[in-house]
Design a protein around this ligand. Structure first.
Ligand SMILES: N[C@@H](CCC[C@H](N)C(=O)O)C(=O)O
Length: 291
């Protein structure tokens, strides 16, 4: 099957964008994996699919697959690229776009400087909704909030580790570290991602606080591995940092691929994320029918 695609990136988190506004491609998980493969396919952290909105007052539907082929609820950097894509392709003339995702409605707004601001909705702290299962372990008080110890059988490396847990529509565990450059992202990331207390696995963020308005962040993403940036990870990390009493309401997040601005006014309020969204190239690829 010949497929036309657009390659995009937001702070170095890269995407293959597919247009299903005129009809479904009906790709299998293996075909998504093929597109994401950096050796045999196009190469991407996630595949983003654009579909017509499910109701008259909703402009588009936005479907996200990780590089492992699994469909997920939300993708922050992808939402900015999605907005840039539908405008550049002439699929809408609006600056503020209402988009349905598996995690609910989001509203990207295209800014005059080329960046995109997205209302990512309110963070979720209900443990069952993240989902996080404490498995009888009690949280430890930290600052003005709490963190959850990760000590568990088969997780000896995480003996002293504890994470804040939050959902931005997708699950996040946030670990405070002294230095993100030397943090054990490659070794602890997979242990946290598949930790038995996260029944749907989790994105693992390693957060270094530089000041009350500036942090460094690396994220080992569920279904992808470490990416150069994770938008929902940045939202989750700033929300966690604010609830722990370490950060103010507006924070600059430095990732390996670029900078994101995250704003959050507190529990019950939506998180606003601002950052870049860039088209890299367009092309056509032959995706095998049987994989
Ligand atoms: N890169 C993304 C998040 C993509 C989904 C994530 N890996 C998950 O499985 O939840 C972002 O920018 O938010």
């Amino acid at each position: 099957m010949q497929i036309r695609f657009t390659k995009m990136q937001g702070a170095g988190n890269d995407f293959v964008v597919l247009d299903e506004t005129a009809g479904r491609l009906n790709l299998s998980p293996a075909q998504y994996r093929y597109l994401a493969d950096r050796h045999f396919g196009v190469g991407a952290d996630q595949i983003l699919t654009v579909r017509p909105g499910p109701a008259p007052d909703i402009d588009f539907e936005y479907v996200i697959h990780n590089a492992d082929g699994g469909e997920v609820e939300q993708c922050g950097n992808g939402s900015r690229c999605f907005a840039r894509y539908v405008r550049d392709k002439g699929l809408t003339t609006k600056d503020a776009i209402r988009v349905h995702t598996r995690a609910g409605l989001i509203e990207p707004v295209l800014q005059a400087d080329g960046r995109v601001t997205v209302d990512m909705g309110a963070p979720v702290f209900e443990l069952a909704d993240i989902p996080f299962d404490p498995q009888g372990v009690a949280p430890r008080a930290q600052g003005s909030w709490q963190v959850w110890p990760l000590a568990a059988a088969g997780r000896e490396a995480l003996q002293d580790a504890a994470v804040a847990v939050v959902s931005m529509g997708n699950p996040h565990a946030v670990l405070l570290v002294d230095d993100v450059q030397t943090a054990p992202v490659a070794s602890w990331g997979p242990l946290i991602e598949s930790h038995p207390r996260f029944p749907r696995r989790v994105n693992a963020g390693f957060l270094q606080v530089l000041s009350r308005s500036e942090v460094r962040l690396r994220v080992y993403e569920r279904g992808t591995g470490e990416t150069l940036a994770c938008g929902t990870g940045a939202c989750a990390a700033v929300v966690a940092g604010i609830r722990l009493g370490l950060l103010d309401a507006r924070v600059e997040v430095h990732t390996r691929g670029g900078q994101l601005t995250i704003e959050w006014a507190g529990v019950g309020q939506p998180v606003r994320m601002t950052g870049p969204a860039v088209t890299v190239f367009e092309g056509q690829i032959d995706v095998p029918d049987a994989l």
